[in-house]
Design a protein. Structure first.
Length: 108
């Protein structure tokens, strides 16, 4: 199950995704994210926080890329942060680190 947390008090506005973002959650997540973007159209800077994302598959990656693209095309700045665990593994496997830049944990 996907958890979406949004904080407009933060600067940039923080959009945190937690739980699971797989093919099973993408349709619901897409609708929720579109509604959130529409309700917050005046926000110009976004921070997408993936620290609590436990599961991510290619459908989830596609949704994240679409979300990022939509925000950038609307003239917003987007910062993807806290890529770790499953999210970092999938992004690295698909070689999308350039498309989803962010803070990555230091090598152990």
């Amino acid at each position: 199950m996907l958890a979406i947390e949004f904080d407009t008090a933060a600067s940039p506005a923080r959009l945190a995704l937690g739980g699971s973002l797989t093919i099973y959650e993408v349709a619901q997540a897409h609708g929720e994210l579109l509604a959130l973007l529409a309700a917050n159209a005046r926000v110009e800077a976004w921070r997408l926080d993936l620290a609590e994302l436990e599961e991510l598959d290619s459908a989830g990656v596609q949704l994240l890329l679409g979300l990022r693209r939509q925000l950038v095309l609307a003239g917003n700045t987007v910062e993807v942060v806290n890529l770790q665990g499953a999210a970092l593994e999938v992004v690295s496997l698909l070689r999308l680190d350039v498309l989803l830049p962010g803070e990555q944990p230091a090598a152990a």
